[in-house]
Design a protein around this ligand. Structure first.
Ligand SMILES: Nc1ncnc2c1ncn2[C@@H]1O[C@H](COP(=O)(O)OP(=O)(O)OP(=O)(O)O)[C@@H](O)[C@H]1O
Length: 984
């Protein structure tokens, strides 16, 4: 854009050149006025306007008029004023969307060719906005008809050329203007006009204004209209939400006021609630009668809670009526109650009938409810505790796992002031998922249970009454009932708690009761469900209440208003990824499912082992799809699922291995047993390949073994299952045997050891060695042995010493003494149940043991002697020992008993002499000789050496040459004929 002042400066040189334009314009004006005498230069407000761009694009072809556009209002002095064609929006016009006009293209080009500037606007272009007065070049038809034309000539005559046509080819004389140069180099001059409305002046965002509120309509719909639309939509939404909420509130209130409304009304009012809440919560039982669990269990738990009444509420226990069965038993001759075997129910009844402990609490301070998930254990605990007048405090042992958190929770719930919390009711603590708690946390609970009150010490004390004084006196004594809930009672951490708790096993819910309840629920929710479909659902979920109700709600939520068996079977929801206990897994493997039991034995196609024996496969191929196998394959997949989710595969397999031979086998040819053993071997191979070779994808085949066992051995009988222990025992034996071999090998003489590798020893040598070590020895004194026998004995002793074997005396639990081989390698190579092949007598073993000891002493002494005297011939003393190594065995005759005696005597003498020589006078602290000794010596005139010996080894022994030590169980200790006088 050029500078107007410079432009003007160039035009001031001569008058003609300066005013030539004006003259021209005046001439033009005169011509236009003559052409359109009736044109209205000030169109009404309702007339459409054009923006400045349109004005520019259309040259003088604008048809707008505004108050500010009037010539009388114009003020030409302010150069910085807004362009006159930037006029305010017409507020009277509705903000209707308008079509983008093709003329906008022209604006973008900004090409001010003379012919374009004079080009008339399109006849169909909407007339909007307030525009400057008409340019004389604008054709008449552009102005439309009617009122717009009225009085046009009045203003027109008064208007200057610039006022009529703001876009000029030459600069205006009297008015301010802005020069504009097009991209093609063509120049035009825009007249500046006043903006009395102030729209353009006030807004700092002129460009925004141009884009947003101008006439370009780039959005197609004006921004304001869009905004308004959004606002109205939002308003509508809020209104709808408010309606919905008020409806919900109303329905809730009506439910409270009228709980038994007509089913239709109820259905309608519940429809909204259903979207928001779970049916399991909505239909959770609130009272005792609504419980679905077994009545006996419910009653037992309630009775146990009632046992706490005395300490909690101070209520006396009602006097018990004697049970008729007990009476009968007392009256009758045989008393069945005294029989050894009691059913679980009887045991529970007895516990509930038992006397309270000295502190007047039940003997079992904790009730432990255990059973599969979703059967309503937690619900039962809540309902029964509320029914018994308690305020239930629940904690989840899986969440609060640390012992400290456990202690705090338990103490807070049972002993703090909050016991009289909500509604003035005492608390009953419910600890859910206690099988998830660590041992340390369970120990905290056990410690709390074990706390003893003063009444425990002095039984029969005063009945504790409620109040702070009593609690203080009892310290931390547990005075509130605790109900623990778990899924698996056999987890190791619960072992101790189980022994102390009132154990209630939660039996499966009766399918008929659950079906009835489900029917009620589906009816209330407007869902049609036939009992067959509901029974199928119960069966599918193992009578899990939660899973059943959730499945119903899920199907209802998907728009299903009718439940069929097919729908239940096709639904993949409602199955909980539950982990069953080991016993239940074993039981499921060995027992047919309920529905199967009646049919078992009638349908030959169901003979399960046929599945495994035929073609040696499991019926997983096309055969599995055949009709008769459908039920069996269902069972197969069920067990496969159970085994996969059991987790501890090794234990499962151990249980199957330990128990399968105890079952009643129907197959007399033991074919099933052989197949089962093959499976076990296969499982071993698989596990080994998976773990050794790290090919873990093989692990997926492990659960097939339980499924195979199920098809082979499942029957209708309840199996008697024992916890597997054989694996553990075998492991213990293995490690014990390995230790024995290690000890044996470590004790073998080095020369022999080099040829006795452990495996070769076990497999080849040991059994034979044991035979060698059992020669026939006559049960007489060795003095009566022939030379050959003596040689035999010496050889035996030599062999045993070479392998570092001996016999050790042991006392049996019944008081008997026996000699055992040590290390007892007999265990390694003999089956425990089988008798030893050539057992040695007690005396023979005793003799051998003694000879071994003697030989050891001899060797030690020889070594000591060689150590004292300088070695002459360079031969090691051990090698020269009389009954030396195994290589020399039998070479030397066995030493006689008299020789032994001589040796012992000599040894004794030496010891005594040495002791006498070493005798030194007793000195006091300062090194002076203590005189007391001298006085004693003077009293008895005995040789000082003898006395010294006596002092050393006692009076009786010290003065005799021989002494005996009594060794219990050694028979030869009393066989020798010894006179008393020899001992004195
Ligand atoms: N008689 C009943 N009628 C309707 N719903 C019930 C009934 N009993 C229990 N439920 C519902 O079943 C659901 C499961 O119950 P609950 O939590 O007591 O089972 P649980 O055996 O403790 O399971 P978990 O071991 O998984 O904790 C609950 O939501 C409860 O509302």
């Amino acid at each position: 854009m050029g500078d107007p002042e410079l432009e003007l400066g160039g035009a001031q040189d001569d008058f003609h050149s300066q005013f030539a334009d004006e003259l021209e314009v005046l001439a033009e004006l005169e011509g236009t006025a003559a052409l359109s005498p009736s044109r209205d230069p000030w169109p009404t407000v309702g007339r459409s306007r054009l923006t400045s761009e349109e004005t520019v694009a259309g040259g003088d072809a604008t048809t707008h008029c505004s108050p500010g556009g009037r010539p009388g209002n114009r003020k030409g002095s302010a150069r910085k004023r807004q362009l006159a064609d930037h006029v305010s929006r017409d507020t009277a016009l509705p903000p209707t969307p308008r079509v983008k006009r093709p003329r906008l293209e022209v604006v973008k080009k900004l090409n001010f060719r003379p012919e374009e500037m004079e080009e008339p606007p399109l006849p169909d272009s909407p007339a909007r906005g307030i525009t400057p007065p008409l340019s004389p070049e604008v054709p008449t038809e552009l102005w439309g008809k009617g009122p717009l034309d009225a009085g046009a000539d009045v203003g027109l005559l008064q208007a200057s050329p610039a006022a009529r046509n703001p876009v000029l080819r030459r600069p205006p004389i009297l008015e301010d203007y802005v020069s504009v140069t097009s991209t093609g180099g063509c120049r035009a001059f825009l007249v500046l006009r006043a903006d009395p409305v102030g729209t353009g002046v006030q807004t700092p965002f002129i460009d925004t204004w141009r884009r947003g509120h101008g006439q370009l309509d780039l959005l197609g719909v004006s921004f304001a209209s869009l905004k308004e639309q959004v606002d109205s939509e939002r308003r509508q939404q809020l209104l709808e939400e408010a309606h919905r909420l008020s409806d919900t509130l109303r329905s809730l209130r009506s439910e409270e006021v009228q709980p038994l409304a007509a089913p239709e009304e109820e259905m309608a009012s519940n429809q909204d609630d259903c979207q928001h809440c779970l049916w399991v919560d909505e239909f959770a039982p609130r009272s005792y009668t609504e419980l679905l669990s077994d009545d006996f269990t419910n009653r037992c738990l309630l009775k146990w809670l009632k046992l706490w009444d005395l300490v909690v509420f101070g209520r006396e226990r009602p006097a018990r009526k004697p049970r008729p069965s007990v009476e009968l038993a007392r009256g009758g001759k045989e008393a069945p109650s005294s029989s050894k075997w009691k059913s679980h129910e009887q045991v529970l009844e007895d516990m509930l009938e038992a006397e309270l402990d000295p502190s007047r609490r039940p003997r079992q301070k904790v009730a432990l409810l255990c059973g599969p998930p979703g059967l309503g254990k937690t619900t039962l605990a809540h309902v029964i505790a509320r029914h018994a007048g308690y305020c239930v405090v629940e904690m989840n042992a899986s969440d609060d796992r640390s012992p400290e958190a456990f202690r705090t929770c338990i103490e807070a719930a049972t002993q703090m002031e909050s016991v009289l919390g909500a509604g003035g009711k005492p608390n009953c603590l419910v600890i859910d998922e206690i099988d998830g708690a660590p041992v340390a946390a369970i120990n905290v609970l056990l410690n709390i249970l074990d706390r003893k009150g003063p009444q425990d010490a002095e039984s029969g004390g005063q009945v504790p009454t409620s109040g702070g004084r009593r609690r203080r006196a009892e310290g931390g004594l547990l005075m509130r009932p605790i109900i623990c809930i778990c899924n698996d009672q056999f987890v190791p951490s619960l072992r101790q708690l189980r022994q102390q708790a009132f154990l209630l096993y939660f039996p499966p819910i009766l399918s008929s009761r659950l079906t009835q309840r489900l029917q009620e629920i589906s009816l209330r929710q407007g869902m049609q469900a036939d009992p067959g479909a509901l029974a199928a659902l119960c069966e599918k979920t193992d009578n899990d209440i939660r899973a059943c109700i959730n499945t119903l709600q899920f199907l209802h939520g998907r728009g299903r208003r009718e439940l069929s068996v097919q729908a239940v079977q096709a639904t993949r929801v409602g199955l909980k990824d539950q982990r069953k206990g080991l016993f239940s897994v074993w039981q499921e493997v060995f027992q047919l499912p309920r529905a199967q039991r009646q049919r078992w034995g009638q349908d030959p196609a169901l003979a399960p082992h046929m599945l495994l024996l035929r073609d040696g496969h499991l019926g997983l191929g096309p055969r599995a799809a055949e009709a008769p196998l459908t039920t069996a394959s269902q069972r197969f997949y069920h067990i496969l699922h159970v085994a996969s989710s059991a987790g501890d595969h090794e234990k499962v397999i151990q249980g199957l291995f330990d128990n399968f031979l105890r079952l009643r086998l129907r197959d007399s040819s033991l074919g099933t047993v052989c197949v089962a053993l093959d499976w076990l071997a296969f499982d071993d191979l698989l596990s080994r390949a998976a773990h050794h070779g790290q090919t873990f994808q093989l692990l997926r085949y492990l659960p097939f073994l339980p499924a195979a066992f199920h098809l082979l051995f499942a029957s209708g009988h309840v199996p008697r299952i024992a916890f597997p222990s054989s694996q553990q025992e075998a492991q213990n034996r293995t490690s014990r045997t390995q230790n024995l071999i290690q000890t044996l090998v470590a004790g073998i003489a080095p020369a022999t050891r080099s040829r006795a590798a452990p495996q070769a020893l076990v497999l080849d040598a040991l059994c034979l060695i044991l035979d060698i070590l059992a020669p026939k020895l006559r049960p007489v004194s060795t003095q009566l042995y022939s030379t050959r026998e003596k040689q035999q004995l010496a050889s035996l002793v030599g062999t045993m010493l070479a392998y570092s074997l001996t016999y050790r005396q042991e006392r049996m639990p019944d008081g008997q003494y026996v000699y055992r081989l040590e290390p007892n390698v007999e265990e390694v190579c003999r089956f425990p149940e089988l008798p030893a092949r050539k057992p040695l007598t007690y005396q023979a073993k005793q003799l051998i043991a003694r000879e071994i000891e003697m030989e050891k002493m001899r060797r030690a002494e020889a070594l000591a002697r060689v150590g004292d005297s300088p070695q002459v011939d360079g031969v090691p003393p051990g090698a020269k020992a009389p009954l030396g190594g195994a290589g020399e065995k039998g070479a030397r005759p066995p030493t006689s008993h008299s020789h032994e005696g001589q040796q012992l005597e000599q040894r004794l003498e030496r010891i005594l002499k040495r002791a006498a020589l070493e005798e030194k006078p007793e000195r006091d602290f300062f090194g002076r000789v203590v005189l007391k000794r001298a006085a004693a010596l003077s009293a008895g005139d005995v040789a000082p050496e003898m006395d010294a010996a006596e002092r050393h080894i006692g009076t009786a022994v010290g003065r005799s040459d021989v002494w005996f030590r009594f060794k219990e169980g050694v028979s030869n200790a009393v066989r020798r004929s010894v006179y008393i006088r020899d001992l004195l």
